[in-house]
Design a binder for this molecule. Structure first.
Ligand SMILES: [Cu+2]
Length: 184
């Protein structure tokens, strides 16, 4: 009975099935790909409009540096890296240079952009972003974004301080958005 060809065949297919369910390199590859997707794909968020997170410190009616659509992606399970998006409008009469960002809730914040290299989406750090008078810089999924490293749990929002070349620091409250899987 044990030696009959059918039993052998069943035993072998079970072994193969076992290999497949034991997430080996394949499983890891899928995880790696989904991370890449989460990072590079940076699903476009349907943002509830109008949430204008302007500088809370500023008391002027029209802030010289106006931030809107400040959103941070909620952490995916088991991950502590995420991305944040915003629009920054320069109402000053001169150009401003965004040179970085920081947060007490992350060990590092980097400005990144996404570009196509050999038909693949790649992220590249941005040293600075110059915004001309009256113009806006748009940080959105799939383009410029803030990359946040080693982020503590995000409850409903997170404070990120935008830093400018002239020494100005602009604390902005980024509200948490949860983006499911392949949102784009
Ligand atoms: Cu990035």
């Amino acid at each position: 009975m044990f030696n009959d060809p059918i039993s052998k065949k069943i035993a072998r297919s079970r072994a193969v099935a076992g290999l497949l369910t034991n997430r080996g390199p394949t499983g890891r590859l899928i995880i790696a790909l989904s991370i890449l997707f989460a990072v590079a794909g940076c699903g476009e968020t349907t943002m509830s409009n109008g949430a204008t997170a302007s500088s809370s410190a500023s008391t002027t009616p029209a802030p010289l540096l106006e931030v809107s659509h400040a959103k941070v992606r909620g952490l995916l399970p088991g991950r502590n890296m995420t991305a944040a998006y915003f629009t920054l409008k320069n109402n000053r009469p001169t150009a401003v240079t965004l040179s970085g960002a920081k947060s007490a809730s992350a060990t590092a914040v980097e400005m990144h952009t996404v570009e196509m290299v050999a038909e693949q989406m790649r992220m590249r750090p941005l040293a600075e972003v110059v915004i001309e008078p009256g113009q806006s810089a748009t940080f959105v999924s799939g383009s410029h974004h803030l990359m946040l490293f080693e982020v503590a749990e995000i409850e409903t929002s997170m404070t990120i301080i935008l830093q400018f070349k002239d020494g100005t620091e602009l604390p902005i409250e980024f509200s948490k958005v949860n983006i499911s899987g392949g949102a784009n």
